[in-house]
Write a protein that binds this ligand. Structure first.
Ligand SMILES: Nc1ncnc2c1ncn2[C@@H]1O[C@H](COP(=O)(O)OP(=O)(O)OP(=O)(O)O)[C@@H](O)[C@H]1O
Ligand SMILES: [Mg+2]
Length: 336
């Protein structure tokens, strides 16, 4: 069964364009110029019930806008979408009970109150049966290892702990569809891992339908088989994540910190130097040559520190689609 059905969805923002110079500003008093930003430029995709799909793309690609449309927070300019048969922007109460949106960048809990107070509020809003509420809260706080922290004011929690509380708040009413916008942003590796493990387990157990955006390849690889890639508001890939990963992981990044006084020469022999900031430097090298290159580097230079990393997913995706967003300009006259 199809849970999320999106057809030719489009969201165009009109943004006021400031003109430079006094004369232009005066003219601007009478005639305001707007630019059209095609945040989502006609996307279509379907997600099966129980599927967990990664929604990837560089900054400004249209990911958050799409999730906001699917949550009914904003209206589309045109196009259609249904989630579990509901049109999100009709804001049906019944729909509100069936989905949840978690934004890593936004705080939905009361800052000065303990998380449990926010949870109680959710219980009222969503009319969760007391017995269900207690059981779910117990299960979720257990799985996410925050049982002892629910009584502490949210502002005193670490980012990772707070994020886990946000997830609990989102899941207490047992939504069928979960929209996750960068749920692990800014978290340390351990917290990231905890959130991943939880999502993996919980999604499978509850057969949740999940659309997940993340800039961390690790999240995505741990959780999703399918990836939809969006750029400039348009879908560029919809299919196996493995294919994307293959392209993505052809290269790794070796990060060096030199211990000498001056930048040693000849670094270019070992790979593509893309961040040259003595005493640090970063090299892009083919994945299968990492061991040889690493040992050659250790022989050639005296190093304070070395690290090998995956490239940020953004970089790899941006490379797949190197064109820049084209902003069409339109002049709209507004009486002032
Ligand atoms: N309220 C708004 N008014 C005007 N333009 C907007 C608004 N919201 C988003 N945009 C623009 O729409 C485009 C898509 O933004 P969106 O937030 O969906 O990107 P994103 O893929 O979530 O990026 P990121 O990875 O940085 O979170 C961007 O160019 C952004 O500047
Ligand atoms: Mg975003």
């Amino acid at each position: 069964m199809i849970a999320v059905d999106v057809r030719q969805l489009r969201k165009t923002y009109r943004v006021f364009r400031k003109r430079e110079g006094l004369w232009a500003s005066i003219k601007g008093l009478f005639r305001r110029e707007y630019q059209a930003v095609h945040a989502v430029a006609g996307v279509s995709f379907q997600i099966e019930q129980g599927e967990m799909v990664a929604f990837l793309g560089p900054n400004g690609a249209g990911k958050t806008t799409t999730l906001k449309l699917l949550s009914g927070l904003i209206y589309p300019t045109s196009g259609e979408a249904t989630v579990l048969g509901y049109v999100p922007w009709k804001r049906d109460i019944a729909y509100r009970r069936r989905f949840a949106l978690v934004m890593g960048q936004k705080n939905q809990l009361w800052w000065d109150l303990p998380a449990q107070e926010s949870f109680r509020l959710h219980k009222e809003i969503y009319r969760i049966e007391p017995a269900d509420f207690d059981r779910r809260l117990d299960e979720l706080t257990g799985l996410l290892e925050v049982r002892k922290l629910v009584g502490q004011p949210v502002r005193e929690l670490s980012l990772g702990e707070r994020m886990r509380m946000e997830l609990i708040a989102a899941l207490l009413h047992r939504p069928d569809v979960l929209l996750l916008d960068e749920p692990t942003i800014g978290l340390d590796v351990v917290s990231q891992r905890k959130v991943q493990d939880f999502l993996k387990f919980y999604q499978a157990e509850q057969r949740l339908t999940v659309l997940l955006t993340s800039h961390y390849m690790k999240d995505v690889q741990a959780l999703c088989q399918r990836a939809i890639i969006i750029n400039e508001g348009e879908i560029k890939h919809d299919g196996s994540l493995a294919q994307v990963v293959d392209r993505f992981s052809k290269f790794k990044v070796i990060e060096l910190q030199f211990s000498g006084e001056t930048r040693p020469a000849g670094l270019e022999r070992f790979g593509e130097v893309f961040d040259d900031n003595f005493p640090r430097a970063k090299l892009r090298v083919p994945r299968n040559q990492v061991p040889e290159i690493l040992s050659a580097l250790l022989t050639a230079y005296s190093l304070e520190d070395v690290g090998v990393h995956d490239r940020p997913i953004e970089e790899a995706i941006a490379e797949m689609f190197t064109s820049t967003r084209t902003i069409s300009s339109e002049t709209v006259t507004v009486a002032t």
